[in-house]
Design a protein around this ligand. Structure first.
Ligand SMILES: [Mn+2]
Length: 461
């Protein structure tokens, strides 16, 4: 069943009818690993939905784990799976004609017709009303005779404070309250470790989508290089770049673009994007688009004038060499921690040799590392648990990480008897797919060296 009207309510990842089997297989595999019933509860309001003045809701907003297991991108959705009784139940809100009139087609329950259609589209044989979730949980626990139920959440300790920041955690508390009242002997178990083991290794289709996301993001960057001459402010560039990203993907941007000229690039997550461009400075762009479930996350640093100064070239070269060293060391068994150490050791060594030992000055606004060299990418642009407990976990084939060395500060260097002085922020970021023996750079076609970028900026105006 292919129905264009429902194409954002149920994401088929470009697989059409085969998508149903893909999600079902994932649900079953996870049930087998955890060996007990599990329940995943989605969002009941969109991002920003708690505040009446915040009207920005991205196209894809559902909880990534629920999306991963069902493809359903609608609010008020939940999933209950049990390996013993074979339960595989999707919970939806009642069909609401008025809501549909405003927002377009929605999956739901309440009439025979909508239930039949929702089953056909999602591949679930058992679809129920979201308010019947608690009842179904108790029913499944009773039938499967288990004294534990799994759900997915994250928490960590920061100092003395226990921190938890997601909607999954709120649901876990809700589930505990229900069980305390109705089945006091039943424990709530965190299935996040098993869920991450499954989700971090991308399948063939996700890898193809990651390739496509990188590919299309590359076109957007080349378009900026072509248009650069007519763009005078960060706002101009951001508007143009965001427009290109949005034109090329119905799934939207991976995250709000960073467009930072000169010293602004020393603010790592700069999103103010409203200063004039420094005529002789550098411009840092960190951007990407989403393709189906996958995200591209790319950074490039270009000269506003079209030509890098000799100092800018020296610093670009240091960052590029660092990136190359990291790529070379990225393979199964390596960890993000080991790559992180290698990256900043390499970069600081090069800075010593190419700048400080030559009478130059480097005033960095950090000790040795401005940020981590990379993060996992997948169903979220920062994939993996939000507290990054994965940094010391061995990388496996099928995982994707970012490789994003950067250099930020005030620099001086004498080259050919001229003293160059400048505030500079450089970040160059590619997405690497871990393969059997090493890695593949998915961003390889996106120009990044000074020679390539100068050539494009000169040739295309
Ligand atoms: Mn990144």
């Amino acid at each position: 069943m292919s129905n264009r009207d429902y194409s954002m309510a149920f994401m088929d990842g470009g697989l059409g009818d085969k998508a149903k089997a893909r999600y079902r297989k994932r649900r079953k595999a996870l049930a087998k690993t955890v060996g007990m019933p599990y329940v995943i509860y989605g969002l009941d309001q969109g991002p920003g939905g708690g505040n009446p003045w915040d009207s920005h809701v991205p196209v894809i907003y559902q909880d990534p784990e629920l999306l991963y297991l069902t493809g359903v991108n609608q609010l008020n959705t939940a999933l209950l799976v049990d390996p013993i009784t074979g339960a595989d139940i999707l919970f939806l809100a009642p069909h609401d004609a008025k809501k549909e009139f405003w927002e377009g087609k929605q999956l739901g329950v309440g009439t025979k017709a909508i239930e039949k259609l929702s089953k056909e589209i999602t591949g679930f044989k058992d679809i129920r009303y979201i308010d019947d979730l608690n009842e179904a949980i108790l029913e499944v626990l009773k039938a499967s005779k288990k004294r534990s139920i799994g759900t997915f959440w994250h928490e960590a300790t920061q100092g003395k404070k226990r921190v938890a920041q997601d909607s999954n955690y709120r649901f876990k508390k809700q589930l505990e309250r229900l069980l305390a009242k109705e089945r006091p002997s039943t424990k709530v178990v965190n299935i996040a470790p098993q869920a991450w083991d499954q989700r971090l290794v991308l399948d063939k289709e996700d890898i193809e989508d990651m390739r496509e996301a990188n590919h299309l993001t590359g076109y957007c960057f080349q378009d900026v290089l072509v248009a650069k001459k007519s763009l005078k402010t960060e706002t101009d560039v951001a508007g143009y770049l965001n427009g290109q990203l949005q034109m090329r993907s119905p799934f939207g941007q991976s995250f709000p673009s960073i467009v930072a000229g000169g010293k602004n690039a020393c603010v790592l997550h700069y999103t103010k994007n409203n200063d004039p461009l420094p005529k002789k400075g550098l411009l840092l762009l960190d951007f990407g688009l989403r393709w189906n479930h996958m995200h591209a996350d790319i950074s490039r640093t270009i000269p506003v004038s079209g030509i890098y100064s000799p100092l800018q070239r020296v610093l670009m070269d240091i960052v590029l060499k660092t990136q190359k060293a990291v790529q070379k060391a990225t393979k199964p068994g390596a960890t993000l921690d080991s790559l992180n150490t290698l990256a900043w050791d390499t970069l600081n060594g090069l800075l010593e040799k190419k700048v400080l030992a030559k009478g130059g000055l480097a005033k960095l606004e950090y000790e040795t590392a401005p940020h981590r060299i990379g993060h996992l990418i997948g169903y979220q642009v920062h994939e993996g648990d939000p507290f990054r407990n994965y940094n010391d976990v061995a990388l496996k084939p099928g995982m994707v990480i970012s490789n994003e060395p950067g250099l930020y500060g005030y620099f001086e260097l004498t080259i050919n008897r001229h003293r160059y002085k400048e505030w500079i922020g450089i970040r160059i970021e590619d997405d690497l797919l871990i393969t059997g023996r090493g890695c593949e750079n998915l961003s390889i076609d996106i120009p990044k060296t000074p020679d390539e970028i100068e050539l494009l900026m000169a040739a295309l105006v």
